[in-house]
Design a protein around this ligand. Structure first.
Ligand code: AHR
Length: 482
């Protein structure tokens, strides 16, 4: 029997729904084919946006979408993607394919509006200009008379859009210009100066942060730029092997499985070490941490373009998603946003498509099980945990919203099931219900068998203030307690 105690008296803060954010880059079949189809397509769509994909994403209440990159952001010139005559370019980062710019600013804003989510635009520092980024903000958000507002109107959009989240470059220490932290800091200060707040639109400026363990980048950025930023990003990918041989998404043994989950859990240490550096320069916590790229990264599926980063998604990914989201939720007082990479057909996607077909991945179902945590109060809990070679077997989040408690809990063990007993001292439980996602670790959904991994009801017993249920191996569950 494993005991979980939920402490309704002690809150860790509010879980910003943007922790459940997503990322869409002009990479492979993420935007083109995944989210957006060209005019004349027989795939059902509304102004180009796939109806099946939009409706599935609305079900998990996607709160924010980052675009257009990633590495692509630092070679994207937004003016090529507006108006009638759009020039083509080569997507040199991702597969060397022709980018026809048919999906641009208007299309992205249309997509966000159909999804009911906040747009998060990442601007070009690496190969762009201050003027270009400044004009992009003016084009999107200025309501008066100006060259960019007039251009937007000419292009068919009278009213400005609202834009809160603005990234000033992406991975500028690598694909975004190979800059030194000192140089980027100066560029950051200059670029952000000219990104103006028009009318009542207030930008939330996100500085490019470190890749994984480069704490000196965080140190330099915080020391030199903290007063000019709202958020500082970090990126973290879970790669089971080496970058040159990452490992297969669907074929792996128990060792590789546990190594993957351990590497995912390692993000907690990395976040805490970056937060420690941030605290040194910002004791009042004015700057948030934004984890705007995270997820699993495996070898691409055989027979696919290596530059398209297309990978399958198994129950192992579901466990990675669950433990990662628990780590973010527990630090919700400092993490304002996290964007899993990437939303469709790239890396740890929630959706895969093939022509007109669509499947929901195990990771999608975790986002479904966790959606009640959006904007909820994160409650402290304790678990009688067991170590699997240094990896905690169980991971959980407990939250409260509108008088209802939600507990999500995962079991990372490949073979041990556990009887769980959840107590909520002081609560007279009226009702408890559960849903669960479970299967063997390699199980995944295909276009021929889309429901191999799916959410099913979980039998839950509630007596006085104790809730009990059985958690099978390799599973993620949601318990709602009223
Ligand atoms: O998500 C794929 C790539 O990973 C992004 O373009 C880049 O920012 C990161 O290195």
């Amino acid at each position: 029997m494993t005991e979980i105690i939920i402490n309704t008296e002690k809150s860790a803060g509010t879980i910003n729904r943007n922790i459940y954010g997503h990322f869409s880059e002009h990479l492979g079949r993420c935007v083109y084919g995944g989210l957006f189809v060209e005019g004349g397509s027989d795939i059902p769509n509304t102004r180009g946006m796939r109806n099946d994909v939009v409706s599935a994403l609305k079900n998990i209440k996607i709160p924010v979408l980052r675009w257009p990159g990633g590495c692509f952001a630092d070679e994207y010139h937004w003016k090529n993607g507006v108006g009638k005559n759009r020039s083509k370019m080569v997507n040199t980062h991702w597969g060397g394919v022709v980018e026809d710019n048919s999906f641009g600013t208007h299309e992205f804003m249309e997509l966000c509006s159909q999804l009911g989510c906040e747009p998060y635009v990442c601007g070009n520092v690496g190969s762009g200009t201050v003027r270009e980024m400044s004009e992009w903000v003016e084009y999107i958000t200025f309501g008066g008379i100006s060259p960019m507002a007039d251009l937007r109107k000419e292009n068919g959009r009278e009213e400005p859009w609202k834009l809160k989240y603005l990234g000033i470059g992406n991975e500028n220490w690598a694909c975004g210009g190979n800059m030194r932290a000192e140089y980027y800091s100066d560029e950051y200060r200059r670029y952000q100066t000219y990104c103006r707040n028009y009318g009542d639109n207030k930008l939330y400026k996100i500085a490019c942060g470190s890749g994984t363990e480069d704490y000196s980048w965080t140190e330099t950025l915080m020391e030199r730029c903290a007063p000019f930023m709202d958020g500082l990003s970090i990126h973290y990918y879970t790669v089971p092997g080496e970058w040159s041989k990452k490992g297969c998404a669907t074929v792996f043994d128990a060792d590789q499985y546990y190594t993957t989950i351990k590497k995912a859990v390692n993000i907690a240490e990395i976040i805490d070490a970056h937060l420690k550096v941030m605290d040194k320069y910002d004791p009042e916590h004015k700057v948030d941490m934004v984890i705007d790229e995270w997820g699993t990264w495996f070898d691409v599926e055989e027979g696919t373009n290596p530059g398209f980063l297309y990978q399958q998604n198994t129950m192992r990914d579901a466990i990675v998603a669950a433990v990662s989201l628990d780590i973010f939720n527990a630090r919700c007082s400092r993490i304002s946003m996290a964007n899993i990479a990437q939303i469709v057909n790239v890396l740890q996607s929630v959706i895969l498509t093939d022509g007109g077909k669509m499947v929901l991945t195990p990771t999608y179902h975790v986002y479904d099980l966790y959606k009640r945590h959006h904007d909820a109060e994160c409650l402290y809990h304790s678990i009688e945990n067991v170590s699997i070679g240094g990896l905690p077997q169980f991971s959980a989040t407990a939250s409260r919203k509108d008088g209802e408690l939600t507990l999500t809990v995962s079991n990372a063990s490949l073979n041990e099931s556990s009887d769980m007993s959840v107590s909520v001292p002081g609560l007279n439980v009226k009702n408890a219900s559960g849903r669960i996602l479970t299967n063997e670790a390699r199980a995944h959904n295909t276009f021929d068998a889309p429901d191999t991994v799916k959410i099913t009801p979980l039998a839950v017993k509630a007596e006085a203030s104790i809730i009990s249920f059985t958690l099978p191996p390799c599973s993620v569950a949601e318990i709602v307690i009223i």
